[in-house]
Design a protein around this ligand. Structure first.
Ligand code: HEC
Length: 133
């Protein structure tokens, strides 16, 4: 009998712990969704200098074959900062990763990680010269 009381007490204790963590959860989620940007920025800072140089090379050579070596446009549209005004970084990142079905813009997700595509989108918005200097 004594054992059962002890067992019940334990159950209540465990149950109350769970209850507390469930109650605490909503505020955790609110905090996470409120600030998605700092972690995204931190992750793009994690690319090595070498990888960034490789990516810039890829943008000039591979992307440049359609968008022009200086990104002023060709088969694909110009990708200079002035042309991308009002286009969110996220939208450009998705375009790079997934391509544009039905157009010549191919998907790059086999070659580029999401983080790398995001970094390229960031560079396009700022202008490539910005990074090279
Ligand atoms: C085979 C040709 C081709 C290559 C290679 C190519 N693109 Fe494109 N890209 C296009 C075309 C065509 C479009 C326009 C699609 C449309 O009509 O919506 C486009 C659109 C885009 C857009 C959207 C521009 C906007 O104003 O919405 C971005 C960003 C982009 N490309 C980035 C890149 C990057 C970065 C690379 C290299 C990793 C690349 N592209 C390589 C053909 C290409």
């Amino acid at each position: 009998m004594k054992n059962i009381t002890l067992l019940l007490a334990c159950c209540c204790f465990v149950a109350s712990l769970n209850f507390n963590s469930v109650m605490a959860a909503p505020s955790k989620y609110v905090n996470q969704t409120a600030e998605p940007t700092p972690s995204a920025k931190a992750s793009s800072a994690a690319l090595s200098k070498q990888r960034k140089n490789d990516l810039l090379h890829l943008v000039k050579q591979d992307c440049g074959s359609c968008h022009g070596m200086t990104l002023k446009g060709g088969l694909g549209p110009a990708l200079l900062p002035a042309d991308l005004v009002n286009k969110p970084e996220y939208f450009l990142t998705i375009t790079i990763l997934e391509g544009r079905p039905g157009t010549a813009m191919p998907p790059w997700k086999d070659i580029l990680s999401e983080q790398e595509a995001q970094w390229i989108a960031e560079q396009l918005l700022q202008g490539l010269d910005h990074e090279q200097n």
